[in-house]
Design a protein around this ligand. Structure first.
Ligand code: ANZ
Ligand code: ZN
Length: 895
């Protein structure tokens, strides 16, 4: 018998597929379309196991739905711009373009070796001008519409990569890639007004994405961060050097807790706030402190945890309700980019303000209390005159506060809760007796009565999208700077602005600034010599719409066309949870902009989203003498396991010395625990790699890498192969059976098991539970392997059962099943496996002629009883009476 040879089987199948161009799809109207797509990879060099898992899920879905009669699109492309190419270029002195194209060529080969059902005629490469031309084109449209604009803003500056980072690229105040301490800088750049779309993005998150995982929706919602509050101004008389009032004498703040306004004991401004700038001009210590504050990220998450630091500016503003003079501090926890860059400080009710006040000895004045805090409370008519106090129009009679309520020595989260306003001391306020919510309604009105500005306001945490990157390897921003005309958009007819591909960055800044051929150009307006913008676009732009370009990949007269009308919205998007926020939000925003420009007709790009789980593997390390850790790759380590397969000891193969087991972690370079899919494919084949990754876990769960699991998958492939070889001749001559009722019982039972397994697999594959679909393959093969008879029924069942098995496993292991499908003659009968129909459940096979009953005698299980499925009570009793067990174990005798 010929042994299983994955290399020749997979090579033969793949060459048949590519010769037949079998994955190319067109916009057929006679079929229902299904668009299933993986998040496009960055061409980093080679595939990792995360890719293998992602694309296999996609591929199983694509192949299965094609069997179900859908017109299925599975495309692929390359997120080809970005920093790693520049860093590699610096290291190896090769142009980012060459590095990128080489990586793409290699990774494409790897994908082909995986046997993915990709329509390569639709490949999109983000660094090619025919793609990024449309980034530029849409950017110009956005400029026209005012969705894109040039602004100066405070940004996160990574001093090592010399680039601006998005907030989320700053982790604990450090650059996500470099780990360098981030500085704040003010620089000009282009911004996309995503905040304008915040209300719609939020609403659609809640109403139009039922096919997304709940947790991703929540992450999107939190990121958009709707916050309802009050914006008002503290009046002041602070004048700048020329004698004019700073900001016209109004210091605006945004607060979600206007009910606490009577508790203000200070205000705090951001480092970039005009009042801070003004105060710093005459105060060296303050100026130095402000500089220090400007360093560090601008991410809000960091603000909550960082140490609160501040300095008094010596300036004051006036409380709009009491007229009190309130000191203004510079505080490092106040962000210029949120609200108005200034806060009213209410230490009694806000944790950050509390910490700040404690540190600097500022007053803490509680003004909102829970009912329990009042000495006497309950409905009454005393105490507060206004009928607007509590929403239910009841009043509190208050004889004062329980003194034990506020122990101001330490923060307690109950201080932040809403309650009832009450200004003890002698302050007295119209808010006294009102619930917090009621007070929040009242405050803007009260402030306006005093003649000052106040309004209810909805603020979003979402920031406008700064897209300028001071980097070379990206889409050139189509702007020309002219001394006379300023920033002039490149005329549409001159697009694309082509990025030169021959630059090799050396770390000393953007090489485009030195590239005369790129840089120098005539001003489109006045024709005088001018210079191109050298900033390039954030690569998140490339990934915001590539999936639409797959639909019209060759179109050169428009960004998208009929293809997008046909394929979009995408039916199923598959990718990692790490893209749950930014990429998906940007893609949703970009889609809405395209819709508003009339380019597409839908609101949301991704109907369903699957976030695949991470791939984990054991880690191994040694601690070096200097305390540093050395990590060893699992493939270089031998692990001893106990009787339960639990690892107990690990030894490095090269020196036979023990290594420590560091536990299971996400496969990553940092812990050197990655498994190279190429090694796996070389040693065992793509089918085994696919089989293992699908079998080991549900697509959404974490997947633990296990060599034993891989070996198990490989064993299965061999068993299936061997089994098929053994019965090849028999299958070819198998009779066709019409009447299964005459079949021997064992055949009928097995047939029932086969169809029950198929029924479950059909259900599971629909709901993307691919791990149990793979297990169905095991069950089917076992069931078939046990059939020993040589009668017609047995032969026919083997032929039927194997054709089911091959089709059930085909989406997961397409090569071997393809080969066997042909070899066993099924192809001649039903056509190519690619388009073979998913097997139907034969309902009559599922009907049981006989059922097995458990025989219990005096409460103990003593045996089994097989009766006809239609047997009534009398028949069953009669059968039971005759069972030998009854004679043996019971006193009872039939009457
Ligand atoms: C006074 C106050 C009292 C506040 C209180 C809260 C509790 P969200 O809900 O996230 O929108 N804030 C406003 N602008 C800020 C800025 N530029 N930098 C840092 N903090 C700022 O947060 C709104 C709250 O964050 C506002 O409400 C303000 O503090 C603070 F018991 O005002 B609050
Ligand atoms: Zn000009």
């Amino acid at each position: 018998m010929i042994p299983y040879n994955h290399k020749s089987i997979e090579a033969a199948a793949q060459s048949q597929w590519s010769a037949g161009d079998v994955y190319r799809v067109t916009e057929r109207v006679d079929k229902k379309k299904f668009y299933a797509c993986s998040m496009l990879p960055y061409p980093s060099g080679k595939l990792h196991m995360g890719h293998v898992r992602n694309y296999t899920i996609n591929d199983v879905m694509a192949r299965y739905l094609r069997m179900k009669g859908y017109n299925v699109l599975m495309p692929m492309g390359w997120d080809a711009f970005g920093l790693p190419a520049e860093n590699a270029a610096m290291k190896n002195k090769v142009a980012p373009a060459k590095w990128t194209y080489d990586n793409i060529a290699y990774m494409k080969k790897q994908m082909q070796a995986m046997g993915l059902a990709i329509d390569w005629s639709r490949e999109v490469t983000a660094c090619k001008p025919d793609y990024y031309k449309w980034n530029q084109w849409l950017f110009l449209k956005m400029l026209e519409k005012g969705i894109a604009e040039r602004r100066t803003q405070v940004v996160n500056w990574d001093p090592v990569d010399m680039t601006v980072l998005a907030n989320e690229q700053v982790i604990d105040g450090k650059g996500w890639r470099t780990g360098a301490v981030i500085e704040k800088r003010e620089i000009p750049g282009y911004y996309l007004n995503i905040v304008r779309y915040a209300p719609e993005l939020l609403e659609h998150t809640l109403t139009k994405l039922p096919g997304w995982p709940e947790r991703v929706r929540t992450m999107q919602e939190n990121w958009i961060g709707k916050s309802e509050g009050v914006r008002f101004a503290f009046p002041h008389t602070i004048k700048d050097a020329s004698g004019t009032l700073v900001q016209e004498g109004k210091m605006y703040v945004f607060t979600t807790r206007a009910d606490t306004i009577m508790g203000v004991t200070f205000c705090a401004v951001a480092a970039e706030h005009p009042i801070a700038t003004h105060a710093a001009a005459s105060n060296k210590a303050l100026a130095a402190f402000i500089e220090e504050c400007k360093k560090g990220g601008v991410a809000e998450a960091d603000m909550a945890t960082m140490e609160k630091k501040g300095m008094n500016t010596g300036l004051t503003v006036n409380h709009p309700l009491t007229g009190e003079s309130v000191p203004v501090w510079e505080g490092n926890y106040v962000l210029m980019s949120y609200g108005d860059g200034a806060v009213m400080g209410v230490p009694a009710h806000d944790e950050r303000d509390f910490a700040f006040a404690k540190k600097y000895g500022l007053g803490i004045r509680p003004v909102v209390f829970p009912e329990a805090a009042f000495k006497v409370c309950g409905p009454s008519t005393g105490w507060v005159q206004s009928a607007e106090c509590k929403p239910d129009n009841t009043f509190f009679e208050v004889a004062g506060l329980r003194e034990d309520w506020f122990d101001l020595s330490e923060w307690n989260s109950k201080y932040a809760e809403k309650g009832i306003c009450y200004t003890h001391e002698k302050l007295g306020s119209k808010l006294d007796g009102s619930s917090s919510d009621r007070a929040i309604e009242m405050v803007p009105e009260l402030i306006r009565t005093q003649g000052y500005f106040a309004e209810k306001k909805t603020t979003y945490r979402l920031r406008d999208w700064g897209i300028s990157r001071q980097r070379y390897w990206g889409t050139p921003i189509p702007i020309i700077h002219c001394e006379t005309c300023g920033a002039v958009p490149v005329p549409e007819k001159d697009l694309p602005v082509v990025l030169p591909e021959d630059c090799i960055p050396d770390g000393s800044g953007n090489p485009l600034k030195l590239h005369a051929g790129f840089l120098n150009v005539a001003c489109p307006k006045c024709a005088k010599p001018a210079q191109r913008e050298t900033d390039t676009m954030d690569t998140f732009i490339d990934s915001s719409w590539y999936f639409m370009r797959y639909c019209d990949p060759q179109l050169n007269t428009a960004m998208v066309g009929k293809g997008a009308d046909y394929w979009m919205p995408m039916d199923q998007y598959i990718g990692g949870i790490e893209h749950a926020i930014l990429h998906l939000l940007y893609a949703r925003f970009w889609t809405k902009v395209m819709r508003d420009l009339g380019l597409v007709k839908f609101d949301e790009p991704f109907t369903k989203l699957l976030t695949q789980g991470m791939v984990l593997a054991e880690t191994f390390y040694r601690k070096n003498a200097d305390g540093s850790m050395e990590w060893f790759n699992p493939s270089d380590v031998d692990v001893e396991t106990d009787a339960h397969g639990k690892p107990v000891r690990a030894v490095l193969r090269s020196d036979s010395q023990p290594v420590m087991m560091g536990g299971v972690e996400k496969m990553a370079k940092s812990k050197n625990n990655g498994v190279d899919p190429q090694d796996l494919i070389d040693a065992y084949g793509a089918d085994t790699a696919r089989h293992f990754t699908m079998r080991a876990a549900h697509p959404e769960d974490t997947l633990f890498w296990s060599d034993a699991g891989v070996a198990g998958s490989y064993r299965f492939m061999r068993r299936l192969w061997d089994y098929a070889q053994k019965i090849t001749e028999q299958i070819k001559t198998a009779p066709s059976v019409q009447n299964w009722k005459d079949a021997p019982d064992t055949v009928q039972t097995t047939r029932r098991e086969i169809y029950a397994t198929l029924q479950k697999a059909s259900f599971d594959i629909e709901r993307i539970q691919y791990n149990t679909v793979v297990s169905a393959g095991d069950i089917l093969l076992n069931a078939l392997g046990e059939l020993r008879g040589t009668d017609d029924h047995t032969k026919a069942l083997i032929a039927e059962g194997l054709s089911i098995l091959l089709r059930v496993l085909y989406p997961v292991t397409p090569h071997l099943t393809h080969q066997l499908w042909q070899q066993l003659g099924y192809a001649a009968q039903h056509g190519d496996l690619l388009d073979a129909p998913w097997p139907e459940v034969d309902a009559s096979a599922m009907k049981q002629d006989h059922i097995t009953l458990v025989l219990q005698i005096n409460g103990k299980t003593r045996g089994e009883l097989v009766v006809s499925a239609t047997a009534d009570k009398a028949v069953i009793e009669a059968a039971a009476a005759q069972a030998p067990e009854v004679e043996l174990y019971s006193e009872w005798r039939p009457p």
